[in-house]
Design a protein around this ligand. Structure first.
Ligand SMILES: [Zn+2]
Length: 561
């Protein structure tokens, strides 16, 4: 029999009588509030009601909005309070507890050990996955080869991605399953790295060559229920990580599972706001489906929204696949790889722009960036000017003459400061000094009138925003080298770095009217950190921890401090 539940709604009447201050649900007092609101840059205290900020000011003023027993009070005790971090470029999704984490590996022997350990926990034929290695960080700085893992993985497929996701190391088991031999030609847009002496594949596959991978894996039978539960736990893990880092909004670069986020929201587990996009296409049926998705998850929403349409125009500098005008300095036989012919790219951009979509194209090389700017310019020519806020994801290597075109065309450079300090290890070797002058050119882009949007490219880089802030103000490696940093004229101030990580990112998703500042009427997404980022030495920035994460006026994380 169906159980009927009667819900009695009791209207809560606020005491709004004459002369009485509006009461807050949550307040922060005694803080050093960096609002990012240029009309009111600093404050001590914030009052929140429901999902929104209702007042910003002195502790005295805000204290008058505290109602005993009803208002939750956070005493910031002088700590820095800033808007929640909004990561403008992530690949967010469920984490996999079996993934072999190889970030920051310096000794390639560690890869062998970790693969061996994971295989000990697996059955023959099961796929072993891992990654985030960067060979420039290895002691010998050499590309890893299949020999590193073959001896410990005779019976399992192993796939270990480079941190940039544009190359991968596979073992002989995978090469065999994929039918890749010394005679297999490079596919369009990809490379099967081969030993210069023997001609044998080394196990490194770049870009489109990764599409050739067949694992022949035997899957451990998980019931649909177990599968679903594993994925659910993976989402919870990812959200926990975001809360702990003070990340209150993320913008997925490309597709994401709308249903999963809806379920998280329904069950009260969604603790960040997320935009999910879709692949850019010229296919009108697909574009039509996107319109439906956009209606279902509209711009006006604050939690799960349909984001921008994403395409790749090239690869990466690390893998020498970013599309350059001139050959690579350390490998004159290549100028990188285009993912699309220019005309195809332009057609997609013009069509999607005409239908009113926001577009974000991955471009790393100077030629790729030039092409994407040309395509956006063409869209304006054909469809007219509108507030499109198209974006170039990464905007890494720019011809100096292309820098002002971003602001002129209203194109947002969506950039990831940590890529700069990861890539600086090899950038100059790959492209030479001259081309580095337009690389991660934050200051030049700002001077030319651009609003940057900052993010991480998680999981290419860690989600921790402190690494991005450190990178933006130092342009030094994570160990904190001597000197002024890499092309120091492009460094930013801490306040600028925070601004582009909050308001700049909100602008890139058309939400700067309600997110990215600590301002009355804005969404109450706020972070309290344990160190004063504005005054501490560079070396302390990455050690800074989040003490409180507030999303939509609710405390979703506290460190206990
Ligand atoms: Zn990405």
């Amino acid at each position: 029999m169906k159980k009927i539940v009667f819900v009695l709604l009791i209207p809560i009447v606020m005491s709004a009588s004459c002369g009485t201050q509006e009461k807050a649900d949550l307040v922060i007092i005694n803080g050093k509030v960096l609002t990012i609101d240029q009309d009111n840059p600093s404050a001590e205290a914030i009052a929140m009601k429901g999902e929104y900020i209702i007042a910003v000011g002195s502790t005295k003023k805000i204290s008058a909005m505290i109602e005993d027993g009803a208002t939750e009070v956070i005493d910031a005790a002088g700590r820095l309070v800033i808007p929640g971090f909004n990561d403008a470029h992530v690949h967010f999704g469920p984490l996999d507890p079996d993934f072999i984490e190889l970030r920051y590996t310096t000794d390639p022997a560690v890869i062998t050990e970790k693969v061996k350990a994971q295989i000990a926990k697996s059955k023959p034929g099961e796929l072993i996955r891992g990654g985030h290695w960067v060979h420039e960080l290895f002691n010998d700085k050499k590309w890893p080869t299949k020999e590193l893992i073959d001896k410990v993985s005779p019976d399992n497929p192993v796939i270990l991605n480079r941190a940039d996701g544009h190359s991968t190391l596979v073992n002989s088991y995978v090469l065999k399953q994929s039918g890749i031999t010394k005679d297999t030609p490079d596919p369009f847009g990809g490379e099967i790295q081969k030993d210069p002496v023997t001609g044998e594949p080394t196990g490194i596959l770049k870009d489109a060559a990764m599409d050739l991978i067949k694992t022949g894996e035997t899957k451990t039978e998980l019931s649909a229920e177990e599968e679903k539960e594993k994925e659910w736990q993976g989402y919870l893990l990812a959200l926990k990580e975001a809360r702990e880092y003070g990340v209150t909004s993320v913008q997925n670069a490309g597709w994401g599972d709308f249903n999963a986020y809806e379920r998280l929201q329904r069950e009260g587990e969604l603790t960040l706001r997320i935009d999910l996009g879709a692949p850019l296409t010229a296919d009108e049926t697909k574009l039509g489906n996107y319109i439906k998705l956009q209606k279902k998850y509209p711009d006006e929403g604050n939690w799960i929204r349909f984001g921008y349409l994403k395409a790749f125009s090239d690869g990466s500098i690390g893998s020498s696949t970013a599309l350059m005008f001139e050959p690579y300095s350390d490998n004159p036989s290549t100028s990188g790889l285009a993912m699309w012919q220019y005309d195809e790219l332009e057609e997609m951009v013009v069509k999607a722009d005409k239908m009113g979509f926001q577009i974000g194209v991955h471009a790393i090389g100077d030629k790729a960036n030039n092409w994407v700017l040309n395509a956006f310019e063409k869209a304006i020519e054909v469809n007219g000017t509108r507030e499109s806020r198209h974006r170039i994801e990464h905007s890494q290597t720019l011809q100096l003459s292309d820098i002002p075109r971003f602001a002129q065309l209203g194109v947002i450079p969506s950039m990831q400061p940590t890529h700069c300090i990861s890539d600086k290890l090899f950038y100059e070797k790959r492209v030479g000094y001259e081309r580095c002058l337009g690389t991660y050119a934050w200051r030049s882009l700002i001077n030319a009138g651009s609003t940057l949007a900052f993010g991480t490219d998680y999981q290419v880089e860690p989600l921790n925003p402190m690494e991005g802030l450190y990178a933006a103000v130092s342009r030094k490696d994570r160990l904190g080298e001597e000197g002024e940093g890499w092309f120091p004229e492009q460094k930013l101030s801490m306040e600028e770095a925070i601004k582009y990580y909050t308001l700049g990112s909100a602008y890139a998703q058309f939400m700067d009217d309600r997110k990215g500042m600590i301002k009355p009427g804005y969404l109450a997404d706020i972070v309290i950190v344990d160190k004063d980022l504005m005054t501490i030495p560079e070396a302390e920035i990455m050690k800074t921890k989040v003490d409180y994460t507030i999303v939509g006026g609710k405390v979703v994380y506290t460190s206990g401090n």
